[in-house]
Design a protein around this ligand. Structure first.
Ligand code: COA
Length: 570
């Protein structure tokens, strides 16, 4: 009988491979093939960078020249502000401080304290300029973050050339914001103090939040955030509490003084004549009262002792080495040319000048495209980018909420590139209105409660309630900077001016023009920077560099906080 071909083959195989050996053989072959296959795909995948290169090309048009010309004016304004801020209390006060009193200027003290003052991230440099009560350079205090013995520390340093380092209302706000940043980032805080306490003519504006600085010292200390003080000059009244509240304090012989009221005040009140040394000098406080702990012969030694204290802290920073990173393919110097005078810009071209290799892995490209979301690296650190690209519509807000949750789950810092307009009040459809509002509320909720660092740059407009949602001050960002072109306010300044003019009868054209001018001025980045609405103005071309520092600082002492909720698709 003729055997079928199939059975014949089967018989042959069974003879060659008894006891299911064929099956095993095939399995091994298949597995090794899979392994082989997977190893080749893996190596191919390794070669392939999943972060795609963005197209950042621009052609040199007259529009770009106009934009650059506009930024030139803004850069000049930036320079002017920097000059006034750096001038301290003026020539006379500086001479008195350095020549008569033989003390270091605050900037010199920082040079002694920090490993490298070039790596110092100064905060709120323009705070205090053009205030109703005059120009208070740097608000009389330098705040910022720098490394001491390789550890990021927050520094708060009075400038005694500005009215004896007294505390104006804006000084207090600047000091409190610096402490907030220290607390959020777990940064050891060093107070380099020389302050006459409250600036008395404005005491009524200081009293309310006045003691908050001392409260913050106690709270931070209880959270394991070291509080260190170096007394470099007179510390009177409120100024006396900062070192006394610190964990450890250094004091300089015959330069540093701590008293509730100085000798002239004591004499006026009691008629008693007492020397500053006896009332509150370093010998008294280091050997009798115990208000301070380390006695230094001079300023250089005091600042060295401050460094020693940081070296002895039982804290370690998370691995802060930057992984090898690529520079962007497109020149960050071209960023100003991308922004027109109405603050419109192609946000992809902006991103391509900030991220490593101009690479970006976009999330939900085709959905809610007025918000751009995606992953990128900046100096080797993975970040989640949330960037305005028009009106925050319902799908855009839903997409944002989904993305922000994912970054929270994965412990990826968020970088907001904010450019928001006032809300569109022409929407007449109630349902559409409600849906959009509901979606925006979801985004606000997840941004507010996200456990990861939020670093915000207002690159265009920071206008309307959406500006709060997009990493604005209301959601406690770890850092918030503005480009000099930024326009900030509850709504567009023209709208505010229109409303004000409409509410007043028979205004002359001249008065109307003044109102428009005032509203425009009050919505500028510079006006906001003077009043602590942000942590500083950053030139567009410096964004990547500042972001590198912020990411390094936020990573330094950050514990990974596991999120107990799933990512909810919106
Ligand atoms: N409020 C307002 N202005 C003050 C001030 C205060 N608390 N303390 C000092 N100033 C001003 C001075 O009037 C002076 O202004 P001027 O340069 O325009 O003349 C400037 O700050 C520098 O003060 P001066 O006393 O000349 O310098 P100094 O180095 O010898 O002493 C202080 C500085 C702060 C130690 C000393 O002025 C002092 O003890 N002030 C009183 C502090 C006080 O009582 N604070 C109470 C706060 S509740």
């Amino acid at each position: 009988m003729k055997m079928s071909v199939r059975r014949f083959i089967s018989k042959q195989i069974k003879q060659t491979f008894p006891n299911n050996a064929l099956h095993t053989y095939c399995k091994i072959q298949t597995l090794s093939n899979i392994r082989l296959l997977s190893s080749t795909t893996a190596s191919n995948h390794k070669k392939r960078n999943v972060f795609r290169v963005l197209d950042g090309t621009i052609s040199k048009t007259s529009a770009i020249n106009n934009n650059n010309a506009n930024f030139e004016k803004l850069s000049k304004l930036h320079e002017q502000f920097s000059k006034v801020a750096s001038a301290g209390g003026g020539k006379k006060a500086i001479e008195r401080h350095t020549i008569k009193q033989k003390k270091m200027l605050v900037t010199e003290r920082l040079k002694h304290l920090l490993d490298d003052d070039a790596d110092f991230l100064e905060l709120s440099m323009f705070a205090g300029l053009q205030m109703e009560y005059g120009d208070i350079p740097r608000a009389g205090i330098i705040t910022g973050i720098g490394k001491v013995h390789g550890k990021w520390c927050l520094v708060v340093a009075n400038d005694a050339t500005v009215k004896g380092g007294t505390v104006y209302p804006i000084t207090l706000q600047k000091q409190l914001r610096a402490q907030e940043i220290a607390e959020q980032n777990h940064l050891p805080t060093v107070y380099v103090i020389e302050s006459g306490g409250a600036f008395l003519p404005l005491q009524s504006q200081i009293f309310n939040d006045g003691g908050r600085t001392f409260y913050n010292e106690a709270v931070m200390s209880s959270q394991g955030i070291p509080q260190i003080a170096i007394v470099c000059g007179n510390c009177t009244a409120g100024g006396a509490y900062v070192p006394t509240m610190a964990d450890e304090a250094v004091m300089i012989h015959k330069k540093g003084y701590i008293f509730l009221g100085g000798p002239p005040l004591v004499q006026a009140a009691t008629g008693e004549i007492v020397t500053a040394e006896d009332l509150g000098g370093a010998t008294l406080h280091c050997s009798v009262s115990g208000c301070t702990d380390y006695f230094a012969e001079d300023e250089a030694e005091a600042l060295e002792l401050g460094r020693d204290i940081i070296a002895t802290l039982n804290i370690t920073m998370n691995d802060n080495t930057t992984t090898i990173s690529e520079e962007p393919l497109y020149d960050p110097g071209e960023l100003p040319g991308l922004v027109n005078t109405d603050n419109q810009m192609d946000i992809y071209k902006v991103i391509s000048r900030i991220t490593d290799g101009s690479r970006f892995h976009e999330f939900k490209t085709k959905f809610g495209d007025t918000l751009v979301t995606g992953f990128a690296h900046v100096h080797g650190q993975l970040v989640g980018v949330v960037a305005s690209n028009g009106e925050l519509t319902e799908p855009a807000a839903d997409k944002g909420a989904h993305f922000v949750q994912m970054c929270g789950e994965r412990s990826i810092p968020l970088v907001f590139l904010q450019n928001t307009d006032g809300e569109d009040s022409t929407v007449t459809n109630g349902l559409k209105n409600g849906d959009k509002l509901r979606a925006q509320a979801k985004l606000m909720s997840v941004v507010s409660t996200s456990p990861v660092p939020k670093i915000t740059f207002i690159v265009g407009n920071g206008v309307g309630p959406v500006s709060y949602i997009m990493g604005g001050k209301a959601v406690s960002p770890h850092f918030l900077f503005c480009w000099p072109n930024a326009m900030i306010g509850l709504t567009e300044p023209q709208v505010v001016a229109q409303e004000i003019c409409a509410s007043k009868e028979s205004l002359s054209t001249e008065d109307q023009a003044k109102i428009y001018e005032k509203c425009n001025k009050e919505s500028t980045a510079f006006y906001g920077a003077s009043r602590m609405w942000n942590d500083g103005i950053v030139l567009p071309q410096d964004t990547r560099q500042v972001l590198r520092q912020c990411l390094s600082i936020t990573r330094a002492y950050r514990p990974i906080q596991p999120v107990q909720a799933p990512v909810i698709r919106m």
